[in-house]
Design a protein. Structure first.
Length: 440
């Protein structure tokens, strides 16, 4: 049996074990909880076309597979005699890999394998110690953990994972490029102030160990007002340094970078309405940049299958730096288009993007939908990535497992030879994927 088939069988075995085998509460009483956590996914991917974004890759169809398992423990200890303050923490490892021919952008070649620590942090919550700030109104944690701000438009984990086919393998993080198995920042210190509603804030320091990002260090301040009608937030980010040996002219600007962001999201008190907006302004050494989006949606909650219609317009200036933007609310946030957002580009830069969405819920355990994207390049001199994309998806939850097939149709305006990124032609690309994921 070949290595690929053995690896897939191993991942399949892990993903089909019942919850009783893995969702194991190691210890629990009124004050102490210790749990074993297991999460993972296996994905099967095929693209009729390839894209010249990463390392060497031939024109034409590409087929590959990705998988990861995240496994570890988490726990909480409450101290009733000290105003119910508590300690909490988590430690886990991630084993991730890519097989087959590597992804359609050429970032991986199918030989990537790695096991590494992902999350390893400890935290303290104030319980009832500061009544004016609410329950657990002071929460401090430090270590390796995922950080998300707002809707994830600027910061949502450190998930970019290239492999051996890029930069001669010097930036390899073990593959699983699409699944983004490792998403915690290497070092963080995070102070949260305030409760679940009203005014609250965050002070965050983080340092990435992601070499393709040049290991940036950031200081972040967040001020939010949370209400049932929606959340309004202000974010300020200061770049504190990068690894000069890894940085190029673009990433070197993260040292001294200043980002100011204003955002809002909610329903404005109308049950079936969804509104979301964010504007980010960057001050960089080579000139100011900006990105913004405005989105509106409506759910026909009284109709069969509760149809959800949405429209979003987003715009990223020519040399905008998306920093650590990542997957948040579902398909299209913030990888816009499964082909465009992951393989062909644009990668949240030099683009104006329109998205129309339709979501349906035929059953509480089934979600399905259609996404239509229109990509327009702002400065074609940097490469013309004008394109249209249609994605059809389904998410079917079976207990602790989710089965997610997706089909995409992507049509670029230009081939790579004409200034685009699709190699060999500007033909319609048929893209397909099947991801089976689980979490306990």
């Amino acid at each position: 049996m070949c290595k690929f088939h053995r690896s897939v069988l191993l991942l399949s075995a892990l993903s089909t074990m019942n919850s009783g085998a893995w969702a194991y509460e190691l210890y629990s009483d009124s004050d102490t909880t210790l749990k074993l956590n297991v999460q993972g996914a296996v994905g099967f991917f095929h693209s009729d076309e390839s894209y010249n974004q990463g390392g060497p890759i031939k024109p034409g169809s590409v087929a590959w597979q990705e998988g990861f398992v995240r496994y570890g423990m988490s726990g909480t200890q409450v101290f009733p005699g000290s105003a119910n303050t508590s300690l909490y923490g988590e430690f886990n490892l991630v084993s991730n890999a890519t097989w087959g021919e590597g992804d359609a952008a050429g970032y991986t070649d199918g030989t990537e394998r790695r096991t590494a620590v992902d999350r390893a942090y400890i935290g303290w919550r104030s319980g009832d110690l500061f009544p004016a700030l609410g329950k657990d109104g002071v929460d401090f944690s430090a270590g390796s953990q995922k950080v998300k701000i707002g809707d994830g438009f600027i910061i949502n984990g450190d998930g970019l994972s290239v492999g051996n086919n890029f930069a001669d393998g010097s930036l390899d993080r073990g593959g699983a490029y699409y699944l983004t198995a490792r998403n915690a920042f290497d070092r963080t210190a995070w102070l949260r102030l305030g409760g679940q509603e009203g005014w609250r804030g965050d002070l965050i320091w983080l340092k990435s160990d992601n070499e393709i990002k040049a290991k940036p260090e950031l200081g972040i301040g967040v001020l939010e007002h949370v209400a049932p009608e929606g959340t309004v937030g202000l974010t300020y980010i200061k770049g504190l340094g990068v690894d000069d040996k890894l940085a190029n002219a673009f990433s070197r600007q993260r040292d001294g970078l200043k980002v100011t962001s204003l955002r809002a999201q909610g329903n404005a008190g109308v049950k079936d309405l969804f509104l979301s907006f964010e504007y980010a302004h960057e001050e960089k050494s080579l000139g100011d940049e900006h990105a913004w989006y405005a989105e509106a949606g409506w759910t026909f909650s009284a109709a069969p299958w509760q149809p959800r219609l949405g429209y979003r317009y987003s715009r990223y200036s020519e040399n905008y730096d998306p920093l650590f933007s990542g997957f948040s609310r579902g398909y299209g946030t913030w990888f816009q288009g499964e082909v465009a957002g992951n393989y062909s580009g644009p990668f949240q830069r030099n683009a104006a993007i329109q998205m129309v969405s339709l979501g349906l819920t035929p059953h509480p355990d089934v979600a399905m939908g259609v996404l239509l994207f229109d990509f327009n390049t702002l400065d074609p001199a940097q490469g013309n990535l004008d394109a249209k994309e249609l994605d059809l998806y389904l998410d079917w939850t079976l207990g602790q497992f989710t089965v997610s097939p997706l089909v995409g149709l992507y049509k670029p305006k230009k081939s790579a030879e004409e200034g685009g990124s699709q190699q060999g032609s500007d033909d319609l690309n048929l893209y397909s994927q099947l991801v089976i994921s689980f979490a306990f």
